[in-house]
Design a binder for this molecule. Sequence first.
Ligand SMILES: Nc1ncnc2c1ncn2[C@@H]1O[C@H](COP(=O)(O)OP(=O)(O)OP(=O)(O)O)[C@@H](O)[C@H]1O
Length: 271
Amino acid sequence: MISYGSVSKRFRDGTTAVDDFSLGVPQGSLTVLAGSSGCGKTTLLRMVNRMVDPTSGRVEVDGQDVAGQDPVALRRRIGYVMQNAGLLPHRTVGQNIATVPRLNGMDRAAARRRTADMMDLVGLAPQLANRYPAQLSGGQQQRVGVARGLAADPEILLMDEPFGAVDPLVRGELQRQLVELHRQIGTTILFVTHDMDEALTLGDHIVLLQTGAQVAQQGTPKQFVSAPASDFVRTFLGLDRGQRTLHRETAADGSVLVVDPHGRPAGVLAE
Ligand SMILES: Nc1ncnc2c1ncn2[C@@H]1O[C@H](COP(=O)(O)OP(=O)(O)OP(=O)(O)O)[C@@H](O)[C@H]1O
């Protein structure tokens, strides 16, 4: 369980990135922090592993204030996946994935087995272990990033726009796999995105933020779409532009289609 209690962050130049933010992230959930650029999402995420320390307030992991904990030890038990994967370029895929388990004292043979298991889990072919990151596609690099984040079996996985830099098809595939992976392993995942479609696809709990990490609304994807709390939320969801308004249409062969506001088929209605 991650808990933010009245947390604020004011940077040296006077920018207030986070202003009195409180949230309990349920154990085992896939919680998404969503919101436009600059609203404070990354700052909040980095408070969990002490890459950023709050100016006031407390962040707790399992009831322990992180402020009293050694940042290096904390980062070894909390996985972190960032945009562009952040892989070490001069280390092979296998070495990248094994980094934290080795630092935690796992012997070489066990780390190799763990790496193979992680590669299998995220859908990477075993022979890629000997390649360098530059020899992989963007989507494969992101998978390595996820495998590396999970390799030390962390209690928490922090993900900062991890699929932002890949094309929409690969992105969709990575999103589907992440939901499946989360179902299998049950690790608490805190995921940052500015993309509401991504938030609705992934999140079992979504927290939509405005400037200064002010909570515009939090709840399940269904609650967001069926009961947006304000005009800001409606606009962010695209509900004001009818973007999520789907209609039924009967096709020539009698099947019932669901079409988007532009008349494009979104799918077939299964009654
Ligand atoms: N080290 C820093 N010094 C000063 N201001 C900062 C620093 N880091 C972030 N900020 C500012 O704090 C605010 C929140 O930044 P943050 O990166 O948390 O936002 P974000 O929601 O993650 O944005 P994005 O989606 O663009 O990454 C922004 O106004 C940003 O410019």
